[in-house]
Design a protein. Structure first.
Length: 219
């Protein structure tokens, strides 16, 4: 009797399930670290693993050092809620600029921690057999609501592309690139990233307007 092969959809579902579980484990470690810090402790990775009920070996796969863990929890707990900067109905171009500046300023205020955090991400990815993405995606908590507010204007495909493009100019990699490669000052880095984020939203809206014009143009 021939062996039944798994369909691509089943394999994709299994892969997505594993990725989601890894993200949940990572978030559990972050939440445990934040709770311990709120209690006045400066926790080690081992102590965080115990609080999160995760094995030490697993915790060290996510956070190779205490510095990496603390850097990430600091960023996670200090993010300004999006609703303080932007709400549905507000200008999305202005909103994405404010969001980019808020996130990037939080990260670059501790530039050593910024590099430690990036090293942690790279170490986890290199040591992972599957190379599934494990980043917490904090930037998406800013990007997604703003872009999704344009659902009556932009198609699902256009919104997806815009979200992906914005993820390039907000976060650790963007700041490291503009600082280390572009040679920008801290102020220039923040201004450039916010400018790029606003430009991407404007471009997406301009392309949509152009496409609408072509569709309505008389023969």
């Amino acid at each position: 009797m021939p062996t039944r092969k798994s369909s691509p959809s089943i394999r994709d579902g299994d892969s997505q399930g594993r990725a989601n579980q890894k993200l949940r484990t990572r978030q559990a470690l972050i939440d445990a670290a934040i709770a311990l810090r709120d209690e006045g402790h400066n926790p080690t990775v081992a102590q965080v693993a115990e609080r999160a009920m995760v094995s030490r070996a697993t915790a060290y796969r996510y956070f190779p050092s205490t510095e990496a863990l603390i850097s990430e929890t600091a960023a996670d707990r200090e993010m300004t809620p999006l609703e303080r900067m932007w709400q549905p109905g507000d200008d999305p171009v202005k909103g994405i600029g404010l969001a980019a500046n808020a996130l990037n300023k939080l990260l670059i205020d501790d530039e050593i921690g910024l590099h430690v955090m990036e090293r942690s991400f790279m170490t986890v990815w290199l040591e992972s057999e599957s190379h599934d993405p494990l980043r917490p995606g904090r930037r998406m908590s800013y990007i997604e609501p703003i872009v999704d507010s344009l659902k009556d204007v932009l198609s699902p495909r256009a919104r997806k592309r815009l979200k992906q493009a914005l993820s390039i100019v907000m976060g650790t990699e963007a700041l490291i690139a503009v600082r280390d490669i572009g040679g920008a000052s801290v102020e220039e880095s923040l201004n450039t990233a916010a400018w790029a984020a606003r430009a991407l939203v404007r471009q997406a809206l301009a392309e949509d307007e152009q496409a609408r014009g072509k569709r309505t143009k008389p023969e």
